[in-house]
Design a protein around this ligand. Structure first.
Ligand code: 13P
Length: 249
């Protein structure tokens, strides 16, 4: 069975609650789609208004982060149960900005992935190499290490329902998209890694997105690749262009 495409916006630290509501209203008709899953991953403070704003539409809501502990003295953190109760279905885990600026390592991310799954959230697990790593020729080694560490102890059945996002760090927010060949090569490599770790059925089922300067002009070619099942979109998810990315065909 063909995998269903999934296009998710990652709003990052943009949109106040009132701006968020206005953006949802602006995009409402533009992101309608019968055959693509559409997700807005929004800042924590926008979750409640965005869940309300997308009611009755095809849009699902995601968080940009969460903590793995159940509850307690973790000032500033948000639990998986809080997200679920607020109507969130997806959660980005291990975005390169969190790995880099907030020093999140694979050991922590593994705990977050497991907690998200246990709570019934769908993790969008991010991985990706720096430009230096690409130039040194260690891209796939690095990504395999990330995937293997972040998915330690996760079952095949759980992986089948997950999303993995390949985001080369040098392509994020730079306007410098990976070539279609580069993006497909790594997404295929990730699928092979999943097959090695689990089995062919799991590798076939897991959805793998490309992220990094996806826009209305390059989405169609990227999403047409056999191992690219959609995109994780930053800058272009904050404007009307996002509708064109969802309806890329
Ligand atoms: P841009 O689309 O702005 O390059 O961001 C990509 C990204 O980081 C999505 O998570």
């Amino acid at each position: 069975m063909a995998r269903r495409k999934i296009v998710a916006g990652n709003w990052k630290m943009n949109m106040t609650p009132s701006q968020a509501k206005a953006l949802c209203a602006e995009l409402k008709d533009l992101v309608k789609s019968e055959d693509v899953d559409v997700v807005y991953c929004v800042p924590a403070i926008d979750i409640v208004p965005v869940v309300e704003a997308v009611k009755g539409t095809n849009v699902k809501v995601g968080a940009e982060n969460m903590y793995f502990e159940e509850k307690g003295a973790y000032t500033g953190e948000i639990s998986a149960a809080m997200l679920v109760d607020a109507g969130v279905e997806y959660v980005i885990i291990g975005h390169s900005e969190r790995r880099d600026y907030f020093k999140e390592d694979d050991c922590l991310l593994n705990k977050k992935v497991k907690k998200a799954l246990e709570a019934g959230l769908i993790p969008i697990l991010c991985c990706g190499e720096t430009l230096e790593q690409r130039e040194m020729g260690v891209t796939m080694d690095w990504i395999r290490l990330q995937i293997k560490s972040d998915l330690a102890g996760v079952t095949a059945e759980q992986v089948q329902g997950m999303i993995i996002a390949y985001e080369p760090i040098w392509a994020i927010g730079t306007g410098k998209t990976a070539t279609t060949e580069q993006a497909e090569e790594v997404c295929k490599g990730i699928r092979m890694c999943i097959e090695e770790m689990y089995d062919a059925q799991t590798a076939e089922a897991v959805r793998i997105q490309y992220g990094g300067s996806v826009n209305a002009a390059n989405a169609a070619e990227l999403f047409a690749q056999p191992n690219i099942d959609g995109g994780l979109v930053g800058g272009a998810s904050l404007k009307a262009d996002f509708g064109k990315i969802v309806n890329y065909k």
